[in-house]
Design a protein around this ligand. Sequence first.
Ligand code: GAL
Length: 815
Amino acid sequence: MRDYINSKLLATVALICLCLSQSALGQERTSTVLRNGWKFAKGEQANAFAPAFKDADWEEVAVPHDWAIEGPFEIDGNGSTGKLPWKGQGWYRNELEIPASAEGKRVYLVFDGVMAFPKVYLNGENVGEWDYGYNSFYLDVTNAVKFGEDNLLAVHADTREHGSRWYPGAGMYRKVTMVFADPVHAEVWGTYITTPIVKPNYADVRISTAVKNTSSADAEITVLQKIFSPDGIEVGQDTISRTVKAGRTADLEVDIRLIDPERWDVENPALYTAETHILSDGNAVDITRNKFGVRTIAFTADDGFHLNGRRVQLKGVNLHHGHGPLGAAFNKRAMQRQLEIMKSMGVNAIRNSHNTAAPELLELCDEMGLLMFNEVFDKYDNKADILEDTDFDEFAHRNIKSFVTRDRNHPSIFLWSVGNEIGDVQWNINNGFKRLHTMLNYVNKYDPTRPTTLVNDNMEGASMRHFDLYDVHAWNYGRRYRLARQMEPNKSVVISESASTVSTRGFYEFPLPEEKTDFTKSLQVSSYDLNAPDWAEIGDDDFMWQQDEPYIAGEFVWTGFDYLGEPTPYDNRSVKGMGFGDKEASRSSYFGIVDMVGIPKDRYYLYKSYWMPEEKTIHILPHWNWPDRVGKNVPVFVYTNGDKAELFLNGKSQGFQQKDPASKNSVERFRLMWRDVVYEPGELKVVVYKNGELLGEQTLSTTGEATNLKLTADRTAIEKGGEDLSYVMVEATDADGNPHPWADGYVEIDVKGSVEIAGVGNGNPQSFEPFQGNRVKLFYGKAMIILRSTNRAGKATVTVKSDGLKKSSVELHVK
Ligand code: GAL
C-alpha cells in the first residue's frame, strides 16, 4: 500500500484503513479521513469554490465540525431548534496535494453527512451535491483530480432551506473520507453479507460484492472472500471468477458454510469479518473488509421479538444525533459514552430518531450488543416542498439506497423504519400510501432480510390500514397501537416512542402535580417523574401496558438523553401562553432520562429497577435539604427492584410501602411512595425487601454547607490525537463529601498539559451560557467539563475553583 496524498496532507490526516498485502504492494485501496487542514468561513463568500480564492483569514477547523454550537445563543430565538445560530451558509476549503503516482486510481469522496444541501467542488468544478443533510453519499471525483498537483476541495453547506423540529447542527458535522481504488474495485457499500441459513450447528454466509470495472478494457477477475472469526482466525473462504465488462458493474456472490459459528447477541456481540480480495492475474488489486454477525431475528404475532430463537423484550431509548455541548459534530467517544450510560440502565436497543445515523453509531451498536431500530426520515426531514417540487421516486430511491446499502451488514439492525409520523402517508393524503409503498419497496430491494415499519402517531389513520404494507406496528404514545393491533392481530407491536416524561435534574416542586400536564411558571419541571405533555405518559404506564399486553415487543423511551431544542413544555408558544416572552423559552429538552451532559435524573433508577430486576437498585428522592419546608410535607419516593420497604426519618418509622402488581394505577406497581412525610432535617433511611428477604438499605442525609469541589473523570487515561474525550463531573460537596443539592456558583477551570476543553455544560434547559469557555455554572450542585486530548502524549491536570469552595484537581494521562 502507498499513500497517495503527500506529506503536506499526511501530517494532517488519520489513515483509517491501510490494507497491507505482500503480493500487492502499491495496488490496494487507501482510505484517508480528511480531518484536518480545513479552512472555514460562514456566509456567502462569493467564488469560494475557486482555487484562486484567498482563504488566508478563514478559521482553521477540524472536521467533524458544527459551526453553530459555539453560539452565541439567540436569547429571543426559537427554543425548538436550540436558540443557536445554525441557519445560514458556510464554506469549507482544504488543499490536498495528490501525487502523480496516484494517477490511474479511481478517487472517491465519501461524506457521512453534511448539514445541509452540500455542494462539493474540486478544483473549481462542481463534482456533486446532496439534498438530505443526515444521509451519507459518495462521489466519484476522479475526472476532476489533478494528479501531481495541489487540489482544492471546497464544500458549501446551506441550512437555510432545512426544516427541523430540534437542533440539527450546521456544516460538515460528520467525517469525510477520500478513497483511492484500483480501476477494478468493490463498489463503495457494495458488499452485502447475509446469512440465508442459520441452524443450531452451522450457518451459510452469503457474500455478494458489486465489482465495478471503471477501466476501458474488460477485466478477468477473481473475487476471493475470506471470513475471520471474532478472534481473528480464518474460518472459511471461497472464490468466484468472471469477466466484468469495461464500464460495467457485476455482482459476484459466494456462499461459505461456518460450522458452529458464534452468534451475535445482545449478551455476546460476536462479530465476524469478511475480507474481500479482488484478484487480477493472481494479484490483489482491491481489498475491503466488512464486519457481520450470525444471528436470527423474528417478530412473532403474540410473543414479541425473538433474537436467536428466544424472546428479548426491547428495552430501548430514542437518541437524537447531537452530543449536547459538543453539538452535532460527531465524536465516537461521545457516542460510545452515551451508549454506555444507556446500557448501565438496562438498555438493549436504540432508535436513531429520526434520521440516518453516523456510521460509527452502527459500529458501536454491533460491538456493544445493542439492537438498532434504524430510521431514515422524520416527516421527510421537514422538506415542506417535497410533495410539490420533488420527484419523490427519485428522492426516495437515492436516499434509501444510500441508507440501506451503507448499513445492511450490521447485525444490530433488526428493523428498518421508513419514517416518523409522516402525516400525508398515514392519512393517504395525495396518494400517500403510494409514497409509503415506494419507500418500502426500495428498502426491500436493497435488503429483503429484515422487517420494515412506519412510525405512527395518528390512531384514526390506522383505520386506513397502512400497516398492510409493512411488517410491524410501530406507534408513539398513549396506547395508540391498540386500533391497529385489533385490526391486524398477526403483527407485533413496538412502542416506538414511550413516556415523553419531562423533568429537570435536581429540581422538585410541591405539592405533587395533580395532572401530568400541571406545569408551573418555574420554567423547570419537577423531578418526581409525574409530568408529561398531554399526548404522552409517565414511564410506569408503558411498563404496565407491556406487562398486561405481552404481544408488545418492547418500547423506545423518548428520550435517553436530553437534547438541544424541543423544550416542551417551555417552547416559545407555551411560554407566551404563560405570559412570558420569547426570551423565557428554554433551549433544550426535558425529555431525557439523563440530562444533556449525561448526569442521571431520578428516573434513570426507575428504568434500571424495572429493566435490570436482578441488579440491586435503591434510589431515594428528592434530596433532603429543605430548610424552608421544616414542618411541611415533602413526599419521598423510592425506585428499587425490591417490592416492599420501610422508611425511617431520624429513626422514626414512616411505615411500610409495597408495590401492587395488580394496580391499574401504574405508579403503584413500580414505585414505593410515602406521600405524607413531614420534613425535618436529618437522615432518611429506607430498608428494602424483595420476596420477603432483605434486599438492602439506603440513607440520605441533610448535607452541611457546601465547602468543597469534587471532580470525577469518567476516564483518567485517554488517547492522544485530538478525538478522545474525558468527561469530568464537578460537584459541590459538604465537608464530608456529600453532594450539595443547591450549589449554583460559577466554577473556573484551569487546564494544564496535553488536553483542552472541548465543551462545558450543566443540563439546565434555561442556561444560555456558552458551551465553550473556561467556566461553567453548577446546576443543582453539578456540572460537566468535557476534555479532549491534543496531539501530544503526557500528563494533564485540570483544576477547578469556585468562590467559597476549596479548589480541586484531577490528573489525566494522555497516551
Ligand atoms: C413525537 C415525535 C418526537 C418528539 C416527541 C416529543 O411525536 O415523534 O420527535 O417530538 O413527540 O414528545
